[in-house]
Design a protein around this ligand. Structure first.
Ligand code: UDP
Length: 140
């Protein structure tokens, strides 16, 4: 299996409840390594640009406000099959449908406040990593 990198965000609903360590533990104990990390307050431009693919969706405004409502932790995760593995560790978008043991099942408050973002494919992973990190900020 290929060693991949994927992009992750610990969202404001999770930083607010001090769940950063518990969420990182899920990544690390499932074989993913944090190779870059920064805690920031996103700007409106960054949040709107990041979620531009959802611009026409009815939840876009709410999604951007949620991402601006507190600090986030941006991370690059590395490991075998990291993109799919991270999606598995996160669980379904709607926590009501997420499998037991996943981050969203254990921690998400709702479909909107669902604690984590994770890239869904190799192309988006590469784009999203580049959107927030310079090469020299990633230390494998
Ligand atoms: N979202 C929402 N309502 C919806 C669908 C999505 O608030 O009906 C939010 C939710 O926070 C989700 C994000 O928009 O994580 C991006 O949606 P996507 O379908 O890409 O889900 P993900 O890849 O995060 O599982």
């Amino acid at each position: 299996m290929a060693i991949e990198r994927t992009f992750s965000i610990i969202k404001p609903d999770a930083t607010e409840r001090n769940l950063t360590g518990k969420i990182i533990d899920k990544f690390e104990s499932n074989g993913l390594r944090v190779v870059a990390s920064k805690r920031v307050k996103l700007t409106r431009d960054q949040a709107e640009g990041f979620y531009a693919v959802h611009k026409e969706r009815p939840f876009f405004g709410e999604l951007v406000e949620m991402m601006l409502s507190g600090p986030v932790v941006l991370q690059v995760l590395e490991g075998e099959n990291a993109i799919a593995k991270n999606r598995e560790i996160m669980g379904a978008t709607n926590p009501a449908n997420a499998e037991a043991g996943t981050i969203r099942k254990e921690f998400a408050k709702s479909m909107g406040e669902n604690s984590v973002h994770g890239s869904d494919a190799p192309e988006t992973a590469a784009q999203e990593i580049k959107y927030f990190f310079k090469d020299e900020e990633i230390v494998g």
